[in-house]
Write a protein that binds this ligand. Structure first.
Ligand code: HEC
Length: 125
């Protein structure tokens, strides 16, 4: 009987603690994601630049990112795994299409931040 009580107490403690563990920091588009696009992508992805001319992807702001390329969306809100944006910046596609094009890969930290932002719904926050 004492044993069962102890177990019940333990289960209660786990349930009480888990919401705190599950709650992760929200990633902000304006403060976290956009600065990466500005410094690492905008050299080629604004109107008139090579990347935008070739792909149609305009990274001037949130709307352009969500609109995607002339072939369609690059971000699937909630699903980083199938978002082409992640495929390209992680280097999972052909090397010639890794982004930033012909330049240093984004750090693991930057890529994980974008991944988390997509997972949290790719909001304009
Ligand atoms: C040095 C220039 C350059 C930089 C910097 C750059 N890109 Fe690109 N990007 C290109 C070019 C050029 C293409 C067109 C490639 C092609 O179609 O051959 C392109 C195409 C793309 C595409 C479309 C690929 C497709 O399948 O059609 C995406 C998405 C993209 N870039 C995202 C990014 C992101 C995100 C960044 C920043 C992390 C970035 N690019 C940085 C030059 C660049």
């Amino acid at each position: 009987m004492i044993m069962i009580r102890a177990l019940a107490g333990f289960a209660f403690a786990v349930v009480a603690v888990s919401p705190a563990l599950a709650k992760e920091e929200p990633v902000s588009f304006a403060e976290d994601v956009f600065p990466i696009l500005q410094t690492r992508c905008q050299a080629c992805h604004v109107p008139g630049a090579e990347g935008t001319a070739k792909s149609g992807l305009d990274l001037t702001g949130y709307d352009g990112l969500m609109k995607g390329t002339k072939h369609g969306a690059m971000v699937v809100a909630g699903d980083p795994l199938t978002s082409n944006l992640m495929v390209l910046i992680d280097g999972r596609a052909d090397k010639s299409l890794q982004m930033p094009h012909g330049r240093k890969k984004l750090s693991q930290c930057d890529r994980d931040l974008i991944r988390k932002w997509i997972k949290q719904g790719a909001k304009n926050n």
